[in-house]
Design a binder for this molecule. Structure first.
Ligand SMILES: NC(=O)c1ccc[n+]([C@@H]2O[C@H](COP(=O)([O-])OP(=O)(O)OC[C@H]3O[C@@H](n4cnc5c(N)ncnc54)[C@H](O)[C@@H]3O)[C@@H](O)[C@H]2O)c1
Length: 155
């Protein structure tokens, strides 16, 4: 959450209405109180599904995660619930209730593990060596195979 108020400010300047979602409360002092914010835990499938079903989003930039490898290793069930199950809930809700919404998903280089050939190509074998990388992996390619979701990769 630490950086998104700045991204929100830039998007708002372009005329977009931006809403932030995080498990943590949003400090009122940030962004001059002009940010729309909902405190939601993405592990709560009913809550995130309901929110997406009732919102009208052009785009969801999904960054919520246990974002550090070491934290994933310390609490693997929570890493799986947040990074995999939570992301699946978002994708499933979009596919079901809001299929025209674009979803930007932040994967990770950790899905490739330790590769012999550098630089690592997009099509390199996925060889994660930690729970963080392992559970970002199934979200990377099968998403593209879904009937509702088109995939664009940006590095
Ligand atoms: N920082 C990097 O180098 C890097 C590299 C590759 C990919 N990524 C990915 O990019 C994304 C953003 O990374 P970051 O470094 O800004 O992470 P960050 O830890 O700064 O932000 C993640 C946010 O997710 C929120 N969050 C955690 N669990 C949640 C839950 N259950 N429900 C709702 N919100 C929850 C946290 O409160 C936090 O604000 C993550 O998906 C991360 O895996 C980051």
């Amino acid at each position: 959450m630490s950086q998104w108020p700045e991204r929100e400010r830039l998007l708002r300047k372009e005329g977009y209405v931006v809403e932030g979602i995080d498990i943590k409360p949003f400090p009122e002092t940030m962004a001059g109180g002009k940010v729309q914010f909902s405190q939601i835990d993405i592990r709560d499938e009913a809550a995130i599904t309901d929110h997406i079903a009732n919102g009208k989003y052009d785009c969801i930039v999904h960054l919520a995660a246990i974002s550090r490898v070491v934290d994933g290793e310390k609490d693997k069930p929570n890493c799986i619930q947040t990074n995999y199950v939570g992301t699946r809930s978002i994708i499933d809700a979009v596919a079901k209730y809001s299929p025209s919404t674009h979803v930007i998903f932040a994967s990770s280089r950790e899905v490739y593990g330790e590769q012999k050939n550098l630089p690592v190509s997009e099509d390199a074998e996925l060889l994660p060596i930690n729970v963080y990388g392992f559970y970002k992996m199934p979200l990377l390619r099968p998403i593209a195979g879904g009937s509702c979701i088109k995939k664009v990769t940006k590095r």
